[in-house]
Design a protein around this ligand. Structure first.
Ligand code: SF4
Ligand code: SF4
Length: 449
């Protein structure tokens, strides 16, 4: 897969001080300061947070509330770039202790694409992690630029060991997709620690434990059929490890830490190249249906990316992070953040403008829901602000697949209602959204083998 690099000098970049679940960062620069590429510009003392860095060399021209692709306004550092790639000196080492690795992950701004700071996934408070998985099922090459597939495979194996060391886990696995031949071939046959890697398909009832024993190793590479997105991690955990995750709990409750390819690559880059997390790879789906994969500096405005890719005018709608579950943008002056994976452009004639109407109680949303909850009922309760009722209806089990809204003949924005309620519940009950904190249920209620 070809990954393009965006070679532009934009008028400004906007770096949000919150690109993660948890506490917003305090700015550590001020208007008028000159900043360098990779310089830390925001940090927080709170455990659930992650530092942010400048992706360009230039002058801070404002620190203010700016539009964010999630639809909110977020306090951000606005930088006017200059034609220079002067970088901060950043020393790293390949022999860091596990505590030092955890600190460096927070300090270098590494987060999962759904916002959880990676150090909190690897070291959740009050829980013990014994398996680390790298979920490479959605897109194997999104993590960054590699010279060739073999380099990708070696970097992922190295990153897995670093993630295991950080968490204290004794076992680890990289999970590929069975139909992703390119990645399977990249891993198959490489030699790591004098052992030849054999990619094992997860077939029948066989889970990771079987392959650890069969291959005589605590680190394996496996493949399976499905793509597992950010909210389907409980199913992923069960399908790969055999550990059931109870309602309202997460993989860390059963000792499993799941990281994405992007965060694994970011950790590799920190340790080997001293490069904090200030660049990412996104997909741009144009009005002509063509998809480009582009490496961009975090903070680059959607407008600049869209123009640089040759899409000028005739755009009816811009959507961040996918048509089904993403957020339509009211402006193109929003920045790429660590959570941005895709920008979709729609022609004006393809934009759906139907208004929502009343629920006709057809139950289609109930039929398609993969986790067997009542989307229509939850949406009604969320709309009324009755969040206790939403909890009673097990809103926390929603994996945000968007299927309910997609089949609703009344075009009710069910997913948006659910997200609104989840966010409100997180704020009311936990202080921060639920992904970042311990579940209200603990111990055996959260599952097991
Ligand atoms: S988005 Fe809708 S269909 Fe998907 S899990 Fe949530 S409630 Fe069910
Ligand atoms: S699909 Fe839409 S109209 Fe049908 S029950 Fe669900 S919310 Fe109501």
């Amino acid at each position: 897969m070809e990954i393009k690099t965006l070679d532009i000098l934009p008028e400004k970049v906007i770096i949000p001080l919150k690109q993660h679940i948890g506490a917003v960062c305090d700015p550590i620069v001020k208007k008028g300061d000159r900043v360098l590429v990779g310089q830390k510009i925001g940090q927080s003392e709170e455990y659930v947070s992650s530092a942010v860095h400048s992706s360009v060399c230039g002058e801070v021209i404002a620190i203010e509330q700016c539009a964010n692709p999630d639809g909110n306004k977020v306090m951000s550092v606005v930088i006017q770039p200059e034609q220079s790639d002067e970088r901060v000196e950043f020393s790293s080492s390949q022999s860091l202790s596990s505590d030092e690795l955890a600190d460096i992950i927070k300090d270098c701004g590494i987060v999962e694409h759904y916002g959880a700071p990676t150090h909190t996934v690897l070291r959740p408070k009050g829980k013990k992690i014994d398996i680390v998985l790298i979920n490479a099922t959605s897109s194997e090459w999104i993590g960054g630029k590699y010279k060739n597939p073999e380099e990708y495979a070696y970097q992922m194996m190295d990153a897995l060991k670093l993630l295991m060391k950080t968490s204290g886990a004794s076992k680890g696995a990289i999970v590929l997709r069975t139909d992703d031949r390119e990645s399977i071939e990249a891993f198959d046959g490489i030699k790591v620690d004098n052992r030849r890697i054999v990619v094992a398909p997860l077939v029948g009832g066989r889970k990771l434990d079987y392959y650890y024993k069969e291959q005589g190793s605590d680190v394996v590479v496996v493949s399976q059929k499905r793509i597992y997105g950010k909210k389907i991690l409980n199913f992923f955990t069960y399908n790969v490890t055999g550990r059931k995750v109870g309602s309202g709990c997460g993989p860390t409750d059963v000792g499993v830490a799941i990281c994405g390819v992007k965060s694994a690559k970011a950790l590799y880059d920190v340790v080997h190249d001293g490069k904090p997390y200030y660049e990412t790879v996104i997909s741009l789906e144009g009005v002509d249906g063509k998809t480009d994969h582009i490496q961009v500096k975090i903070g680059t405005l959607f407008k600049d990316i869209i123009e640089a890719c040759g899409y000028n005018g005739n755009i009816g709608k811009i959507i961040a992070n996918g048509v089904k579950t993403g957020v339509a943008q009211y402006t193109d002056q929003v920045p790429v953040t660590k959570g941005t994976t895709r920008i979709t452009l729609q022609k004006p004639e393809n934009v759906l403008i139907d208004e929502s109407t009343h629920c006709i109680h057809c139950a289609r949303c109930v039929d398609v829901c993969p986790v067997d909850i009542l989307p229509s009922r939850i949406a009604v309760m969320a709309d009324k602000g009755q969040f206790d009722e939403c909890r009673k209806l097990h809103i926390e089990n929603c994996i945000e697949c968007g299927d309910c809204a997609a089949v609703c003949p009344s075009r009710i924005h069910i997913l948006q209602f659910i997200r609104y309620a989840k966010q409100s519940i997180g704020l009311v009950y936990e202080g921060v959204p639920s992904e970042a904190v311990s579940s209200p249920k603990t111990g055996s209620a959260c599952g097991g083998e």
